[in-house]
Design a binder for this molecule. Structure first.
Ligand code: GTP
Length: 409
């Protein structure tokens, strides 16, 4: 199931905001309790003061039986902030009141003795002052409201600053890294990660991640380069091997001449071409004389050397890219001469015989005298390949019988 994306910076800001708000509320609550106690104490003190300053006058008014004066005084006391209700109970049974009498049942009450004027020990009555609890709450609430507003402003300010720093130092570089990683392909490995960050005194985790990317890119680029190089080398090796295999399919491995498979494929083409052009086409069968003796006397390695030398000598006498030499088998070669007929064919064959008959310096310094017998057969239009080859072979056999080192046509 796909998950929603939530930025790390946003999550941090949200948490910091909630934490700051929680702290502000907690501090406000503690402050509220402390404020409540302090306002309550102040109110009690001020009622005490109020009572002690009014009691002498009240005492006189009651003693002189001036109820109006006593009532005025009580009204004055009741109109003070924090006072809800005032009552005077006189020993004679009289009672004077001012303020909200219902507040008597659910608010704290302070009681004071009113003495007879001039006689402190003799009570004339009692003064009851009821505190107005709502006054305390109002005081606490008004001071808390300002404080809470201050805390909230501070919280918003802190969150704003944290948001700015997080956005600049965390969110933006992280997004750049994520965008870079998302676009990273083997082709774009050489483009380094560049973060839009100003100069800082120290490096941090983001720099470490960016550095890690650079290391990874370099390592991957090196790895891919070495892979490319390996692939190039292997491809070259493969092409060389393929070339060798192709050459082996058509060439003789020892002498480098064409092989019989190539002869069987190419000779019919030459015959068709000669047929079409009306040009002559000649085939020379060449066999090294007494080759078995060379092998027996000098060994097979020298025999191989002789074969290679003979092939080279034959090729050296022929036209490049026109005439071609086939190792027919053992010490037998077939030479194909396009566009050559009698008498030139015989002349070329003589030249070949002479080339082979020159003494051959061996690698060990010795000189070896070799000769070859040749049979020359010019193709007769309509003649098949096999009969033509047999005819050339028969002419070669005749040259052998006639004493070797000669050409029969
Ligand atoms: N060193 C070497 N010898 C080979 C190779 N192929 C065939 N031979 C040898 O060539 C010799 C051919 O001998 P023969 O067919 O009797 O003919 P020859 O000795 O040349 O006698 P003539 O053809 O009658 O003159 C054999 O001994 C083969 O073993 C080869 O690739 N290398």
């Amino acid at each position: 199931m796909p998950r929603n994306f939530r930025s790390l910076a946003h999550a941090l800001i949200r948490r910091i905001g909630l934490l700051a708000l929680g702290c502000a509320l907690l501090f406000s609550a503690l402050q509220g309790i402390w404020q409540y106690r302090s306002v309550q104490q102040q109110l009690q003190d001020s009622i005490q003061q109020l009572a002690s300053s009014n009691i002498p006058l009240l005492s006189v008014a009651l003693w002189d039986i001036e109820p109006e004066a006593a009532r005025r005084q009580l009204h004055a006391i009741a109109s003070r902030p924090g006072v809800a209700f005032v009552r005077v109970n006189v020993v004679t049974g009289q009672m004077f009141e001012a303020g909200d009498s219902t507040s008597l049942y659910n608010n704290p009450v302070q009681r004071f003795v009113i003495p007879v004027p001039g006689e402190q020990g003799r009570p004339l009555g009692e003064l009851l002052v009821v505190q107005r609890e709502a006054y305390i709450y109002q005081q606490v609430a008004s001071s808390l409201a300002g404080m809470l507003l201050g805390y909230l402003l501070l919280t918003v300010l802190i969150c704003g600053m944290v948001a700015y720093v997080l956005r600049r130092d965390l969110e933006r570089p992280m997004r750049e890294i994520a965008a870079f990683a998302g676009q990273l392909t083997p082709q774009s490995l050489t483009d380094p990660l560049r973060l839009q960050r100003g100069w800082r005194e120290a490096h941090d985790e983001i720099d470490l991640v960016a550095g890690g990317f650079v290391t990874l890119q370099n390592a991957l680029t090196e790895h891919i380069d070495s892979l490319d190089q390996q692939v190039e080398e292997r491809t070259q090796q493969l092409e060389n091997a393929l070339g060798e295999i192709r050459a082996l399919l058509t060439h003789d491995a020892l002498t480098g001449c064409y092989n019989r498979a190539f002869l069987a494929e190419r000779l019919p083409q030459e015959m068709t071409r000669a047929q079409r052009s009306g040009q002559p086409l000649t085939l020379v069968f060449c066999d090294i004389d007494h080759f078995k003796r060379i092998n027996d006397e000098y060994g097979h390695l020298i025999g191989d050397e002789v074969l290679c030398a003979a092939a080279g000598r034959l090729r050296s006498q022929l036209r490049t890219d026109v005439d071609w030499v086939v190792r027919f088998g053992g010490e037998e070669f077939v030479i194909v001469l396009p566009d050559i007929g009698p008498p030139d064919a015989q002349l070329v064959a003589e030249r070949l015989r002479e080339a082979i008959a020159t003494s051959l310096p061996l690698q060990d310094g010795r000189l070896l005298q070799i000769t070859a017998s040749l049979g020359v057969a010019v193709w007769q239009p309509g003649e098949g390949m096999e009969p033509w080859l047999k005819r050339a072979d028969a002419l070669l056999y005749r040259a052998k019988l006639a004493g070797r080192n000669r050409v029969e046509a």
